[in-house]
Design a protein around this ligand. Structure first.
Ligand SMILES: NC(=O)c1ccc[n+]([C@@H]2O[C@H](COP(=O)([O-])OP(=O)(O)OC[C@H]3O[C@@H](n4cnc5c(N)ncnc54)[C@H](OP(=O)(O)O)[C@@H]3O)[C@@H](O)[C@H]2O)c1
Length: 250
């Protein structure tokens, strides 16, 4: 077992998984997902095969009950965590005219309420230990001309950036709180088996429209997360890692 422990929400796949793998070099890692147990266990196996220490906790961090389950497991297994990466999130689009309470509450709960509740529980178990929180927002959270179909997601991610500032100020100097805002990242969302040839052509068009002419790699976002988690002089910062994409939309 390592001396330090990190919790990475939504780390069965994608960006969270890349963050968990990187953090496992010097932390026990609590891997989490809402339902994808197979991929969660695969992440744990990869960490342990490389000599690291990790456990998978399935829980829904958009609910207080799920957050309590997660931190109960942290306490029982590792005692205390000093790094929290609030990465769990999901995008769902809904055109104006089709909006309903379920869509808006789902986007806000999954992407924003989860960060607030998890951060509170994390701080509650710290005692006086120095610690770091890194939130994962989105370039859509800072975008001035967000697409209307993803307005609920964008508003939730804008909330994550605002929440980061509030927490950073309230928790200094004990805890640093920063946020990473990725642009398009090469994850399962863009590699789904149900994509039509038309979808693929559209996604390829998006790739070419990014100034760096590709999407960002999950491991590049993970490197930014690790930097923010370890840099004591950074707090309240929003690190945009989007290959220049936001330059093209405002
Ligand atoms: N990919 C991009 O282009 C991109 C761009 C900007 C920002 N982001 C943000 O980056 C983060 C990671 O995204 P990703 O692309 O890596 O997505 P992903 O591969 O779909 O991973 C999302 C993870 O979050 C988990 N999750 C979702 N809701 C949860 C909940 N309520 N409780 C616990 N876990 C939950 C998922 O578990 P289950 O599969 O079990 O639900 C999964 O492990 C998200 O916050 C996303 O909004 C992504």
């Amino acid at each position: 077992m390592r001396a330090k422990t990190a919790v990475v929400t939504g780390s069965a796949t994608g960006i969270g998984r890349a963050v968990a793998l990187r953090l496992s070099g010097d932390h026990n890692v609590v891997v989490n997902a809402k339902s994808n147990e197979d991929e969660g266990r695969r992440t744990v196996e990869e960490i342990t095969a490389a000599g690291g220490s990790a456990v998978f906790i399935r829980s829904d961090v958009s609910t207080q009950q799920g957050v309590d389950q997660l931190f109960e497991a942290v306490r029982e297994i590792f005692g205390r965590a000093t790094v929290l990466v609030n990465n769990a999130g999901a995008t769902r689009s809904a055109p104006l005219g089709s909006w309903d309470e379920a869509h808006w509450y789902d986007m806000l709960a999954t992407n924003l309420v989860s960060c607030a509740l998890t951060s509170q529980a994390f701080v509650g178990q710290l005692d006086r230990a120095r610690a770091a929180i890194v939130n994962v927002s989105s370039a859509r959270g800072i975008e001035r001309y967000a697409r209307i179909g993803v307005a609920a997601y964008s508003a939730a991610k804008a909330g994550v950036i605002n929440l980061t500032g509030a927490l950073a100020k309230a928790l200094a100097p004990q805890v640093t709180v920063n946020v990473v805002s990725p642009g398009f990242v090469e994850t399962r969302y863009f590699q789904r088996s149900d994509l039509t040839a038309e979808d693929e052509a559209m996604i390829d068009g998006w790739r070419k429209a990014v100034p760096i002419e590709r999407f960002v790699d999950p491991d590049e976002i993970a490197a930014a997360v690790i930097f923010l988690a370890k840099e004591p002089a950074m707090t309240g910062a929003n690190l945009v890692m989007d290959g220049g994409w936001t330059l093209t939309v405002s």
